[in-house]
Design a protein around this ligand. Sequence first.
Ligand code: FMN
Length: 386
Amino acid sequence: MIINVEDARRAARRRLPRIFFDYVDGGSFAEETLAANRADFSRWTLVQRVLNDVSQRDLTTRFLGAAHPLPFMLGPVGFLGLYAGNGEIAAARAAHAAGIPLCLSTFSIASLATLRATTSGPLAFQLYVMSDRGIGDELLEQARAAGVDTLFLTVDTAITSVRERDLRNGFRSLTRITPGLALRLATRPGWCLDMLRAGLPEVGAVAHRPEFGKGALEQASNLSRRIDTRLSWRDVEDLRARWSGKLVLKGILSPEDALAARAAGADAIVVSNHGGRQLDGACSTIAALPGIAEALDGSLEILFDGGIRRGADIVKALALGASGVLLGRAYVYGLAARGEAGVARILAHLTEELSLTLGLMGLTSIAELKALGPAALSRRVASTVD
Ligand SMILES: Cc1cc2nc3c(=O)[nH]c(=O)nc-3n(C[C@H](O)[C@H](O)[C@H](O)COP(=O)(O)O)c2cc1C
């Protein structure tokens, strides 16, 4: 039974081949930042107020210039279509049934055009800057053609960190299915059948380009090698000039970079450390958020991700200055466990938990929570009992 994100995580571990489960679940090096993203939510406690008629609770809110029924969306996660057959379509359907946007990763099995043909809900696109600018231009064209109005430029992955679980499992060097890998995959027959039904996975954005090779693994490896390691603020300004929709910089962790993002013309930032998958030893996102909110002082919109697994986590991020949050592994575990129904289950669970948490705090709306801001929380007092 899946009643929370941890249940979905356990079900995903049972269903996915280990090489893919570890890829989703793991972080870089010692995984300290991955752990801190979760643990640091506990540094804040929720202020409980009572006797305030909380029988009706309104979770609607605004972020990225639009009204949304819930203060969260599905963030960009690569290779959804390798965790469940047609994974991107399944995730988009569940998101759109709940009325929330999905941001499609550059590293996706489904292309933007395929997604657009299957669902009419809000879609954003996440872009990596490639050293071959022709590819970047083509990706922007795909986004425009699919009616995407918000581009998330990921800025914390100019170089890729080492995820030791992936090294151990051989994920990093994977370009095709070897006999050894086939044997390991065969230990998860449910997943294998699901994949066979969906057909040969390819990276949708570049599948039509023969120089990227055949099949998702080879195409992803060729695409990764083209990510521009010289990415700089000049590229952000350049992209700003070429993209007339909303531009969001994803992967900001310092107040200085938040101010630079504003100066470069971004419409919003995502306070993110890539889910603890890049700079291990970097601070958690919930620890970084208050300083960034203070520096920006309302002059630039802030989104947030990293470690969100509970309704209370969403409350804390909104109280500390985020206009909305991106879910990452939380929905991916649901997808890997049960496909579209699994994502829907996680979204329903987080909605319910968020609503109850608000009510138990004596609040009746996200608007009220945002207006209270940090006053809705207090810092956890260190225990004086040994
Ligand atoms: C398996 C996996 C793949 C990811 N792929 C991308 C990606 O392609 N582009 C991107 O901007 N972020 C990517 N991310 C980072 C997420 O967008 C997000 O920042 C992170 O997952 C948030 O942390 P959480 O999963 O602990 O909530 C990925 C994360 C995971 C777990």
